[in-house]
Design a protein around this ligand. Sequence first.
Ligand code: SIN
Ligand code: MN
Length: 289
Amino acid sequence: MQLSPQQIADFDRDGYLFFPGQFSPEETRTLNAAVPELYSRQEAYNVREKGSQAVRTNFAAHLYSEPFARLARHPRMVEPVQALFGEKLYMHQFKINGKMAFEGDVWQWHQDYGTWLNDDQMPTERAMNVAIFLDEVNAFNGPLMFIPGSHKRGVVDARHDLTTTSYPLWTVDNDLIRQLVARAGGLQGGIVAPTGPAGSMILFHSCLVHASTSNLSPWNRVSVYLSLCAVSNHIRRFKRPEYIAHRDFAPIDCLPDDCLLKPYPVALPWAKGMPASALQTSLDELAAA
Ligand code: SIN
Ligand code: MN
């Protein structure tokens, strides 16, 4: 799949592109079916909601779950991004966010590249976020919200929020959000929240400011978030554990387009458990020095 000139222009202006129903119900079924078992594991890579057992984020499933390893190599997702950057890609981060019915907590307003720069020393913003819905996303189950065009501001001021939720994040303060939303059209389109069936896909710029509210509905909002980084733009610092910020910069080789329907073989390097090295960080080395 290639992006049309119109799609490239829309992405440049708005900072995101939405592809409703990009994957069929048959294609998402196997992915969805694998989630409960992955979430049941008592492992560091499952981050739970504050004061609850509900999983907020599962990290790095593409390294130990076959269906997700195939998704990570899907040409309908990887090829358009590769064409946009004119370069091969590696997987910087892979998450299955739960946002479970009644329990899913907020994600404060933030940019992803802010974190990748501050924590991981990723040199430039040449990394793309991809969201793939495994459940229907509607107005009630905490859809992802964007401020269109906010990526044009580059990296904005942020503060490290260690208290609001169970996951540390560099968040943008309310005054700046007010300004960005006003500039994007205020009540007329200053915030958008793409909704659609399971299998829908969003590509969004790593500087696009985004957030989501809590999920008070009875419907789960499980979505996969992948961050595809241009190989030459790989991170320079290993401050975060490897299951959060990957250190294997090998380019992704795509599988055929029907890879979610057929059992193409895939490597699963963490199938027997996460290596101890994945928990080590450059901070440990500094502490030991
Ligand atoms: C994210 O920004 O990484 C996740 C947001 C969400 O799951 O709503
Ligand atoms: Mn984010």
